[in-house]
Design a protein around this ligand. Structure first.
Ligand code: ADP
Ligand code: LRH
Length: 490
């Protein structure tokens, strides 16, 4: 086939979308948004959870819309691909019923299981096998916090959606690598960990690789969607970050990336995992990417800090548009107070501006009680965190990155992109905003035979179809003097 049309379901922690991706090897890949919906954690049954029934209804509505748009153009959707945030799962019983709405990684319950898991599998041993960054919400701790796992299987969120669409149970490999129970070297389940924790060996369904098919749509679902029942659901990099990194529009070999959304995932792409003591001490993760690559990165806090502030301010009757907030923050001089953006104290939803001010106070500094100051503090802190992470990644891998690619919703944040260029001392190339959906679509296109090649070829298609914005590093001194002249002496 010379071109193809694919449906991508991409759900982030703050919003979801269903897109139609059109791929032509000679002209590139384009996306059309057919459905968009908000997402967020909800308090339900005494925990922070995802309203999965509502999300799945949005997925169906989006796929129906995709089928309608495609039919209107005389197009046929060749396959469907699904990606979402990582680590979370739903428990499904033998009859296929989801027994409760999935917990969110922001729920506190997993924290209580950390010490118990570490007593059974010391963190050094975990890292040597999985290469996974320690986060208290890694699936291994969440599962250890479950009261009972009798008669159920854990399906990671994208796999759960694929199961409901096809009836087939699988665990996609890039997302499996975020569970804490996936061996980074053998690329199989770390069954020894399952055994030690007393988890059934089939707690997760068998692995599936990006590009393989889960199966075709269940007939009842196909007729609901107005799609042929032979439509396959193809595994993509179902971990959203894996799909995003697959679509980094890189033109040179040595690059760093920041997948910027609810979280910022900052790192390098490697061929082999780095499982050293030093790497563990710096808390770098070795997550699996498309085509067996390693996403060597850290979760630096992300735009969650900002969106949570916006939520608090709106509730206090002080709603300001995001561009207005960012402009006001950009007018402030550099060198203001910073926080550690990845402090777990910011993980749960609550009064974020106050938590940020309190973190600044704790550092012996003062943050003015104005949204612009809080926003500037978040941006300065994120940029500084990115620079530290990038330097650490280079030190630990012996690699250097000449350019930093920023993809995802946060690539539209000009202030953050410029501050990142300044803090890292490297050019930042921003875009595409919808890298994740593009990565999702391109892996499907390759599985369908529409595109041939490796990540280099896929990325070239992204680069040719995207307008990228470049930010050159500016010395902080220069920024400071120019902003002084515009905002007066400080
Ligand atoms: P996720 O996939 O984690 O849900 P996204 O990649 O969709 O996140 O990014 C969402 C973030 O992008 C928002 O929290 C917001 O800060 C940022 N963003 C969205 N639109 C804009 C914009 N026009 N300008 C600056 N930032 C934006
Ligand atoms: C980003 C992301 C990230 C994970 C976190 C749970 O959406 O998938 O890569 O660490 O959510």
């Amino acid at each position: 086939p010379t071109s193809g049309v694919f449906a991508a379901v991409d759900i982030g922690a703050s919003s979801g979308r269903v897109m139609l991706g059109r791929v032509c090897p000679s002209t590139g890949a384009t996306l059309e948004t057919v459905h968009r919906f908000p997402n967020g954690v909800v308090e339900l049954d005494g925990g922070l959870r995802w309203d999965f029934d509502a999300l799945f209804a949005e997925v169906l509505a989006g796929l129906r819309a995709a089928a309608t748009v495609a039919a209107g153009n005389g197009e046929r959707i060749q396959s469907i691909g699904i990606d979402t945030w990582a680590v979370d799962y739903g428990l499904v019983d033998a009859s296929g019923k989801l027994i409760a709405p999935p917990y969110s990684y922001r729920d506190e319950r997993s924290r209580s299981a950390v010490a118990r898991v570490h007593a059974l599998i010391p963190p050094e041993q975990q890292y040597a096998t999985t290469g996974l960054q320690f986060l208290q919400f890694n699936t291994i701790y969440q599962l250890a916090a479950e009261p009972s796992l009798d008669g159920v299987q854990a399906l990671l969120i994208p796999d759960l959606i694929a199961f409901l669409l096809t009836g087939q149970r699988r665990t996609e490999a890039t997302n499996a690598s975020t569970t804490g129970m996936f061996d980074a070297v053998t690329e199989e389940w770390a069954t020894e960990f399952l055994d030690v924790l007393g988890l059934p060996r089939d707690i997760f369904p068998p692995l599936i690789q990006p590009g393989e098919s889960y199966g075709t749509l269940r007939p009842d679902i196909a007729s609901q969607l107005g799609m042929p029942s032979g439509t396959p659901v193809v595994a993509v990099g179902s971990h959203d970050t894996a799909s995003a990194v697959a679509a980094v529009p890189v033109e040179q070999e040595e690059f760093a990336y920041i997948s910027s959304g609810t979280w910022s995932l900052v790192g390098l792409e490697l061929k082999h995992p780095v499982l050293s003591k030093e790497s563990r001490a710096a808390n770098f993760t070795n997550e699996r990417g498309v085509d067996g690559t390693i996403r060597y990165l850290r979760n630096v806090g992300g735009l969650w800090l900002l969106s949570e502030c916006q939520r608090t301010w709106a509730a206090q009757g002080f709603a300001q548009s995001l561009p207005a907030l960012l402009d006001a923050a950009a007018a402030l001089p550099p060198g203001g107070p910073q926080i550690n953006a990845e402090d777990p104290a910011f993980t749960a939803p609550d009064n974020m501006p106050e938590r940020i001010r309190s973190a600044v106070r704790h550092n012996g500094d003062v943050l003015p009680d104005r949204p612009a100051a809080v926003v500037r503090c978040i941006m300065d802190s994120l940029a500084a965190g990115y620079a530290r992470t990038l330097n650490d990644a280079e030190r630990l891998t012996g690699r250097t990155a000449g350019v930093v690619h920023v993809v995802g919703g946060g690539s539209q944040n000009r202030l953050l992109c410029q501050l990142t260029a300044n803090a890292t001392g490297r050019p930042v190339v921003a875009g595409p905003v919808e890298a994740t959906a593009l990565g999702n679509v391109l892996v499907q296109a390759r599985a369908a035979g529409v595109v041939i090649g490796g990540l280099t070829e896929l990325r070239a298609l992204v680069a040719s179809g995207t307008e990228l914005v470049r930010y050159e590093p500016v010395e902080a001194r220069i920024v400071q003097s120019s902003s002084r002249s515009s905002t007066g002496p400080h």
